[in-house]
Design a protein around this ligand. Structure first.
Ligand SMILES: [Zn+2]
Length: 168
């Protein structure tokens, strides 16, 4: 179980291709990240993004199971700051965003559909994508597939109890 409560969020430099969509637009723009932390993503933009703007970020190099930010396919973020690149001749900005939610699927706007949180990894998913275990723990697709690989018996009962304990 990852520890989501951290005192500090050290930033790590990372340049990886992403697409992002501002919540009042319906068009993705391609760019790349500059750095990331447990709680935020910083990326390049060619437009000014006002603080508090909601931005959906999709990782082009989605790879579930790794430890970096590409372990989720998409993020719902909120812009905290936006500053021009140090090269003034170019219209490039750095946007610092706070991660509000993460998902193994792409967020479809900041939706009307109710969202649920996976009992195992904490990822946000749409209601229609929930997989339930026999004891009614609600898991995302990748966690459910992982759960199904645990052989039936004492260990699977233990994991089940742990998941249910998590819910209550
Ligand atoms: Zn999960």
């Amino acid at each position: 179980m990852p520890n989501f409560i951290q005192r500090a969020y050290p930033r790590k430099a990372l340049q990886t291709p992403i697409r992002y969509m501002v919540s009042d637009s319906s068009q993705f723009r391609s760019t790349r990240t500059i750095n990331f932390s447990m709680g935020g993503l910083c990326f390049e933009t060619d437009q000014k993004l006002a603080p508090e703007t909601e931005v959906c970020v999709v990782m082009d190099n989605y790879a579930p199971g790794i430890s970096g930010p590409e372990r989720y396919r998409s993020y719902l973020t909120r812009v905290r700051w936006n500053q021009p690149h140090s090269v003034p001749s170019k219209d490039i900005f750095f946007a610092g965003t706070q991660i509000m939610a993460c998902s193994h699927d792409v967020f479809i706007s900041s939706g009307e559909e109710p969202c649920h949180i996976c009992d195992l990894c904490g990822a946000v998913m749409q209601e229609c994508l929930i997989e339930c275990t026999e004891e009614n723990a609600q898991l995302c697709g990748p966690c459910h597939r992982h759960y199904r690989t645990i052989p039936e018996g004492q260990i699977s009962k233990c994991v089940e109890r742990f998941l249910i304990g998590n819910v209550v």
